[in-house]
Ligand binder design. Structure first.
Ligand code: NI
Length: 268
């Protein structure tokens, strides 16, 4: 749909330097309004159909596995498996190129895939403070970032991302499962000074970038509008750490899901 509708975004040297120093970056636009509208159709279908639920690719990030209550933070992993055309979008192309620039990796060496997190109007849950790397294989040292595209205006009240500047330069903090329930997929760290948080409200079609080790959070959605986000995790070749990291909070199921997610990433 986008061959006639290309839309090229570039970053300045200052923006790249800001990302490397602070571990995050916010830009007002990464794709067109037209494409955002098209993406909403796919997005809503994936969540209405609960696509991939049987294979563990649809679940509530904030609730215990397969609970029957109200879902407050539903997530779809690897939507590109169902809709390969998601890889042909203006968003995907811009995200891929900008990720290569920010990470300092040749574009051909960048690979990755997506997930979608929905915050329902009025009761969408907080995504508590965490580092993405805390979810991942401790035997790998990733060189990656997330690109976060809201399909709806993202404000502090609807759940835009918030970051702790420079936290990507430190270690992966101690994490635990939300509600201390190992059946809940989502992780949280208490090792964070929230007074340092910087909120990044952006319009629909804008984007924030964060390094895989940057501490981030988004508030509950208290607005009357849904907050749909489509995230791409993109990275260059990972390295092997000197010794595997110690992440005892990872459950077997979580490791399996992380693998599923990395498979989605590897398929790029
Ligand atoms: Ni995250």
């Amino acid at each position: 749909m986008n061959s006639k509708n290309d839309f090229h975004i570039d970053l300045t040297e200052e923006q790249i330097a800001f990302f490397r120093e602070n571990g995050y970056l916010s830009i007002p636009r990464i794709t067109t309004d037209e494409e955002v509208e098209w993406l909403k159709g796919i997005y809503d279908e994936l969540f209405t159909e609960r696509t991939g639920e049987a294979e563990g690719r649809y679940f509530d990030l904030a609730g215990p596995r397969a609970h029957n209550g109200r879902e407050t933070l539903p997530q779809v992993l690897g939507p590109e498996a169902q809709f390969p055309e998601l890889r042909e979008t203006v968003y995907f192309r811009n995200a891929h190129r900008l990720a290569a620039n920010l990470l300092g990796v040749e574009s051909e060496k960048v690979s990755g895939g997506g997930h979608m997190i929905l915050k329902p109007a009025h009761y969408g849950n907080a995504t508590p403070w965490h580092q993405d790397e805390a979810y991942w294989n401790p035997e790998i040292l990733p060189h990656s970032l997330s690109v976060w595209l809201p399909l709806d205006k993202a404000t502090v009240e609807s759940g835009c991302l918030q970051f702790i500047p420079k936290s990507h330069k430190g270690k992966v903090r101690w994490h635990r499962h939300i509600d201390d329930d190992p059946l809940v997929h989502g992780l949280v760290t208490d090792d964070v000074d929230t007074s340092e948080a910087v909120a990044c409200p952006i319009p629909a079609g804008g984007a924030t970038f964060h390094h895989c080790r940057t501490l981030h959070y988004s508030a509950p959605n208290t607005t009357a509008a849904v907050r749909r986000a489509y995230i791409l995790v993109l990275g260059g070749p990972p390295r092997k750490p000197d010794k595997p990291a110690h992440r005892p909070w990872q459950t077997e199921e979580q490791a399996a899901l992380a693998k599923l997610k990395s498979l989605a990433v590897d398929r790029a």
